[in-house]
Design a protein around this ligand. Structure first.
Ligand code: SAH
Length: 222
């Protein structure tokens, strides 16, 4: 667990957990505690600080969004973390999901394709004192090979199909949580690696910005 010292908005965070997460079935104590602790308002543009805890995504620049609190919680819970793991996130965006993961996991790696977002996220995480977060700019559909294998990988952008590189970088029994296009929308999917093959579980429909890259959508789809 990491020290977080962002003052203010405690009651908003409590309200967010009580009204948006628990009633919808988020029950993992590690996840709920992380949501009570991480100062979400510090990851959104100043103009949106007062609405940071509301039940919807918000713009963060570069045409990208910070996901709705419930979706961040659901994806984190789907990873099934117990504490201390090595986790990879694809799509750093604001850095908020990373901070939530950093409260639970041992090391969190994240890949973002837009330099300006990676820089801002890095600054916010550093200001909050996280020492276990590592960001690189690049095409996250290829993962972060040098740091593999991972206990869990979470992709916070919608993919056309499951990127094989990400499955390859999972540990045995490790989980990839990813929104995948099914032809009429995106489905949040859990992929669990078992030897050379994997089994998939569909969780629910979802809406994410496109995952753009070699094993994602082509460049002009943003
Ligand atoms: N996890 C973020 C939300 C990210 S929105 C948060 O907590 O705020 C999705 C992000 O994925 C965007 O920032 C977008 O630039 C990024 N993205 C899209 N395709 C990518 C790729 N191939 N590799 C890395 N990042 C990608």
């Amino acid at each position: 667990m990491q020290a977080v010292n962002g003052p203010g908005f405690e009651s908003e965070r409590k309200w967010m957990v009580q009204t948006q997460l628990i009633p919808r079935g988020i029950s993992d104590k590690l996840v709920l505690d992380a949501f009570r602790k991480v100062p979400r308002h510090m990851f959104v543009p100043d103009a949106f600080a007062d609405s940071a805890h509301n039940d919807y995504p918000l713009p963060i620049g570069g045409g990208q969004t910070i996901s709705q609190p419930y979706m961040v919680a659901l994806m984190t819970e789907c990873l099934g973390l117990k504490g201390g793991e090595k986790v990879l996130e694809i799509g750093t965006g604001s850095g908020y999901q990373m901070a939530i993961l950093a409260e639970i996991a041992g090391e969190v790696y994240s890949v973002e394709r837009l330099q300006e977002l990676a820089d801002a996220a890095g600054r916010h995480l550093e200001a909050l004192g996280y020492k276990n977060c590592f960001i690189k700019v690049g095409d996250g559909t290829l993962g972060w090979e040098e740091k593999a294998p991972y206990d869990g990988i979470v992709v916070t952008a919608g993919a056309p199909k499951i990127p094989p590189s990400l499955v390859r970088q999972l540990k045995e029994g490790g989980r990839l949580v990813i929104p995948v296009d099914c032809g009429f929308g995106q489905v949040l999917t859990i992929v669990e690696r078992h030897g050379p093959s994997f089994k998939t579980n569909e969780v629910c429909g979802c809406v994410f910005v496109p995952l753009i890259g070699k094993e994602g959508w082509p460049e002009n789809s943003s």
